[in-house]
Design a protein around this ligand. Structure first.
Ligand SMILES: Nc1nc2c(ncn2[C@@H]2O[C@@H]3COP(=O)(O)O[C@H]4[C@@H](O)[C@H](n5cnc6c(=O)[nH]c(N)nc65)O[C@@H]4COP(=O)(O)O[C@H]3[C@H]2O)c(=O)[nH]1
Length: 832
């Protein structure tokens, strides 16, 4: 120490104290008093220092020391947080521990009883912090209520505002009697009590204190022990003898370990319980997500479990399921009928059933039933799983439908027809039934498809399908084989084969008439016809493939004979059709092999009998079969789609011939060419004709096209368009075979035609046959009225010629003048 300081005024040291009885407190005179007060007064006296005591609440002193308003603070427990702003004395002056104090009547016995209780704590107090850490460790959830003095804390306990209070044991013991408190067995965290100064402040007082304490603690008779005795009635070296302290600590550690073990165990149990309940929730979620029926019931029918699907199916509440009985439910509604036999059977099995749910909706279920021995084999039950296969069944049905039906019309396809035929034929054999098959092919459908596009073609096929359905009777199978081919199977006709054939023909005629009705598609009218082949079984065969093939052969024959016909199968047809097929193949090579040639038949003027023109007629010089006439090969060319090639070749040759004749003679000399309906329908027809007449630069009126009445009538809209265009090009037009078709004078009147050719079938019978005479006269009169020229075809003798001349027929064509000949063989006398 500085010797000068002994004589100088003792320096002031401001020491903060607060009520923490018996360590420090303000006595009834308002003066500082208590264990540490006495000790520090003594320390100050030995250091010749004068203490200036500053009284405040503990939390305020924390601020006081931080702000330097006091130099020393008494009774402070150590904490790392406090050490950031305070220096501690080296020696403590006492030890204390945390303790919970309760109202006298409290039944709280352990830390766990404090769960959900309110606890009064000193604001910023170290005991409060330690207590809360303990609570957190043991998952005790209590509500902390803070106050800034011990006095207030215990007052709250006394008033019943809180369930308990926490303080150090020493303070609590002091207040215990005053507030009638119960010192609980809940103790924790023993700690030492020091004096402190602001961090970095002058250490002189703290050093003086440590110096004195060191001396005092070594001497049991010292001022320190006397003072402790005075305030705490303990005369040992410390507040508690070390062995007691260690015992308490040991017990505390043991209790702590035991509690931690218990808590860990409790936590583990809680975690496991939690996991199990999560798992149960998960399992419930899973079986409820499954879109199939799952339920289990005991042998009395009581439900053990049922998922959402099952509950919805039976119309029961999931929460109520354990109160329900499956047997009672199954009996409660006719919807569950199909399940009864299944459920009451004791055997495990898998089966597919159709059932209705509580709302009456049909469901296909794949049911599986398995016995379940239950928990510990004591609760035997049955687990039922019903997999909802409704969707799969629906797909299967759709696939089966698609496999058996035509996608465009929805009619049975070849596969289903074949199935039905098989069973019809089997029944026919067993019961001696007679049936028929009609093979229907639309005439010239390909041309409509090509000229109008597939969309129109498809619509037409659909309409035809509807027409066929309307004309058929129930029990008939109407199938579409593809393209424009349909088959109708009529299974049960008269047992007399001839009568059965008549019945089949009647149906065919009905169909044919029905099909002839105009069909309107996209505001356009289409007139179609069909070629129908008929077979009757078992007469024409007893195998379905043979019967279809024979019906097809008959249809082909109908087509070959000019279409729009019904043909019953006959024995010789197969060979004939085979021959036609062979011809079709040969015809494909005929043009390039130059086997097709043109012959010319002169047309003469009635007055001069001089040739005014010719008609081109084709001949096919077949290398094996010899010369084939156009009536035999033109239908083949049409069905084999060769007619366009042949047709344009003929027109080009005609143009060349017109040019040759023009160069060799000044006489007007026309060439007439027959047109097939297929040429007429060809989209390129007008363009190609225009190109040809331009290419050869022929006088347009030297070219004449012959079309039949049927072409004009059947193709009314298109024909009007083509005829007008041809007229605009300057080409002549005549109607061939007039009188054999419908002969609609009204219609013909509207067309810009030039000539009518009377068919040779009328000419051959004049003048002897009255009917033919009348027809020829009528045609001639009508033609004169309409200002049309008339050509008589097939004039073979002078009587015919004279009759025709008499009735003002302007032109003749026939063997009387010349047979059709190659160009260089035409008789000279008719040339000019
Ligand atoms: N009995 C007899 N017959 C006579 C007489 N005068 C002419 N004929 C025959 O009558 C037919 C007249 O031709 P069409 O009515 O246009 O009838 C033609 C025509 O519709 C068709 N045809 C011929 N060539 C062609 C062609 O290049 N294209 C098309 N699309 N059809 C053709 O073939 C049909 C038959 O032709 P063809 O057999 O050459 O038969 C020809 C001709 O040889 C006669 O006095 N007596």
């Amino acid at each position: 120490q500085n010797p000068d300081s002994l004589n100088a005024d003792p320096p002031d040291v401001r020491v903060g104290y607060f009520d923490t009885h018996p360590l420090s407190f303000r006595n009834s005179n308002g003066d500082p008093d208590g264990l540490i007060i006495d000790l520090l007064n003594e320390v100050a006296a030995t250091g010749n220092m004068k203490i200036q005591w500053v009284y405040d609440e503990f939390p305020n002193h924390i601020n006081n020391i931080k702000s330097g308003r006091i130099d020393v603070l008494v009774s402070v427990a150590y904490s790392e947080e406090r050490a950031r702003y305070m220096d501690y004395s080296a020696l403590n002056f006492t030890n204390v521990w945390g303790q919970v104090f309760l109202p006298a009547n409290s039944d709280i016995e352990s830390l766990f009883d404090l769960n959900n209780k309110s606890i009064a704590l000193l604001e910023n107090g170290i005991n409060g912090q330690n207590f809360l850490q303990q609570c957190e460790l043991f998952e005790v959830n209590c509500q902390a209520v803070y106050a800034n003095s011990y006095h207030k804390i215990f007052t709250m306990v006394d008033n019943g505002e809180v369930d308990a209070a926490v303080s150090n044991n020493m303070v609590g013991a002091e207040f215990q009697d005053q507030y009638d408190l119960l010192a609980s067995s809940i103790v924790f965290n023993p700690f030492k009590v020091y004096i402190t100064k602001p961090l970095g402040a002058d250490p002189v007082f703290l050093n003086l204190y440590d110096q004195r304490m060191r001396l005092w603690k070594d001497d049991p008779e010292s001022f320190y022990y006397q003072t402790r005795m005075k305030w705490t009635h303990q005369n040992q070296h410390d507040t508690i003898p070390y062995w007691i302290l260690y015992t308490i600590l040991g017990l505390f550690v043991f209790a702590l370990i035991a509690i931690i073990a218990a808590v860990l165990f409790k936590r583990q149990v809680n975690r496991r319980v939690n996991e199990l309940s999560q798992r149960e929730i998960q399992l419930n979620q899973i079986i409820n997500i499954v879109p199939h029926m799952i339920y289990a019931n005991d042998y009395q029918g009581r439900f053990i479990l049922a998922n959402d699907f099952a509950c919805d199916f039976f119309g029961i509440e999931n929460k109520q399921v354990e109160k329900e009985n499956i047997y009672a439910i199954l009996k409660s509604s006719p919807n569950f009928q199909n399940l009864i036999a299944y459920t009451t059977s004791s055997n495990p099995f898998n089966t597919e059933i159709e059932a209705r749910n509580s709302r009456g909706e049909q469901i296909s279920l794949m049911m599986s039933k398995v016995p379940y021995s239950g928990r510990n084999d004591k609760e035997p039950a049955v687990v039922t799983v019903g997999v909802d296969i409704s969707q799969t069944k629906q797909y299967e049905e759709e696939i089966e439908y698609l496999a058996n039906h035509d996608a465009l019309t929805g009619l049975p396809n070849r596969l289903l027809l074949s199935d039905r035929l098989k069973s019809s034929l089997a029944r026919a054999e067993q019961f001696k039934h007679v049936g028929a098959i009609l093979y229907i092919d639309l005439d010239n459908f390909k041309n409509i498809n090509d000229s109008q596009g597939h969309k129109v073609g498809d619509k037409l096929i659909k309409k035809v399908a509807i027409m066929l359905k309307k004309s058929a009777t129930p029990g008939d199978t109407i199938a579409r084989l593809g393209g424009d081919e349909f088959v109708i199977e009529i299974p049960e006709l008269d047992q007399d084969i001839n009568k059965a054939e008549q019945q089949a023909l009647l149906v065919a005629e009905k169909l044919s008439t029905q099909l002839k009705k105009p069909i309107i598609i996209e505001d356009k009218q289409y007139n179609i016809t069909a070629s129908i082949g008929v077979v009757v079984y078992p007469r024409d065969g007893n195998r379905q493939s043979l019967l279809i093939q024979r019906a097809d052969t008959a249809m082909y024959e109908a087509k070959f004979n000019g279409r729009n016909r019904i043909q019953v199968f006959e024995k010789g047809l197969e060979a004939k059709v085979k021959k036609q097929h062979q011809l079709e193949n040969d015809l494909r090579l005929a043009l390039q092999n130059k086997e097709i040639v043109m012959v010319y038949q002169p047309i003469v003027a009635a007055d001069s009998l001089k040739m005014v023109g010719t008609e081109i007629l084709l001949r096919w010089h077949h290398p094996v079969r010899g010369t084939i006439m156009p009536t035999d090969f033109i239908p083949i060319a049409e069905s084999a789609q060769l007619i366009l090639e042949i047709g344009y070749w003929t027109i080009e040759k005609a143009c060349q011939q017109i040019l040759t004749w023009r160069e060799t003679t000044d006489q007007p000399f026309f060439v007439a060419i027959n047109l097939s309906v297929i040429q007429f329908r060809d989209r390129e027809f007008l363009g190609r004709i225009t190109d040809l007449v331009n290419k050869y630069n022929i006088p347009r009126n030297y070219l004449e096209f012959e079309v039949t009445e049927s072409i004009l009538l059947n193709e009314s809209v298109r024909s009007m368009e083509v005829i007008n265009q041809l007229k605009m090009l300057g080409i002549k037009l005549s109607i061939d075979d007039f009188g054999t078709g419908y002969s609609s004078f009204d219609y013909i009147r509207k067309l810009p035609l030039d000539k009518i050719k009377i068919d040779k079938s009328f000419i051959e019978d004049i003048p002897s046959d009255n009917n033919s005479v009348t027809i020829v006269k009528t045609i001639l009169n009508m033609a004169h009225e309409m200002n049309l020229q008339v050509v008589a075809e097939g004039v073979e003798n002078k009587e015919q010629m004279e009759f025709l001349r008499e009735h003002q027929c302007q032109f003749f064509q026939g063997y009387l003048f010349s047979k059709p000949k190659e160009v260089n063989k035409i008789p000279k006398k008719f040339r000019f």
